[in-house]
Design a protein around this ligand. Structure first.
Ligand SMILES: Nc1nc2c(ncn2[C@@H]2O[C@H](COP(=O)(O)OP(=O)(O)OP(=O)(O)O)[C@@H](O)[C@H]2O)c(=O)[nH]1
Length: 202
């Protein structure tokens, strides 16, 4: 396996303005863009390599438009995805309702796509706890129910952003390795647990 490359499609989903583009910007370009909010039209693609042990995993990331106007198009982008990062804004309860819609879609149409829940704009709730509109326990219960991993991130200060994408790459690499090993008749006996990454400050 040494030196083998693994390429995988990753899709960003979630209501408009939850911060999908900002997450990708932070991860790929290590920056947070300030200025007037510009909604994504259709989708944008970017690729970044992540080192996982001695392997390189290339994540091909589709950043979809959150506006319901583009909903039908988003379906095109999650087709064949190995991972979906389903985002919600910790300061907007309606964005978490939208998460449930996307999770149902993925469960019905892309059963092999691994789901990651991502609560965004953690910096806002860290600076003022009254801004939190999405209860942590509700999300964790939902994540457990769908066997998803949960992250709370801030693209503004970078909290947990690399961890999220690195975990995606690691899981993709493990799955690819598991497939190869299973083809070779070896049982890895792996069991993955849902878990949660809280804020960096804790
Ligand atoms: N404070 C704070 N603001 C954020 C964060 N992430 C995004 N924002 C802001 O939220 C707004 C929307 O961010 P985008 O990344 O464009 O959201 P999006 O989900 O890609 O939006 P669509 O393209 O419409 O689907 C922008 O004004 C960002 O600056 C964050 O971590 N912290």
């Amino acid at each position: 396996m040494s030196g083998q490359r693994v390429d995988a499609k990753v899709v960003m989903l979630g209501k408009e303005s939850v911060g999908k583009t900002s997450l990708v910007e932070r991860f790929v370009h290590h920056r947070f863009l300030v200025g007037p909010y510009q909604n994504t039209i259709g989708a944008a693609f970017v690729a970044r390599q992540v080192q996982v042990g001695d392997k390189v995993v290339t994540l091909g990331i589709w950043d979809t438009a959150g506006s319901e106007r583009y909903e039908a198009m988003s379906r095109i982008y999650y087709r064949g995805a190995k991972a979906a990062i389903v985002c919600f804004d910790l300061t907007d309860s309606s964005s978490f309702l939208r998460v449930k819609f996307w999770v149902k879609e993925l469960q019905n149409c892309e059963e092999h796509c691994k789901i990651y829940l991502c609560g965004t704009k953690n910096d806002l709730v860290e600076s003022d706890r009254s801004m939190r509109q999405v209860d942590y326990h509700d999300v964790q219960d939902f994540a457990d129910e769908i066997k998803a991993q949960l992250f709370e991130t801030s693209s503004k200060n970078g909290c947990n952003v690399d961890k999220l994408f690195e975990k995606v790459a690691e899981d993709i690499n493990n799955t690819a390795f598991q497939h190869i090993t299973e083809e070779q008749g070896v049982d890895l006996g792996q069991k993955k647990n849902a878990y949660f990454y809280s804020c960096c400050n804790h």
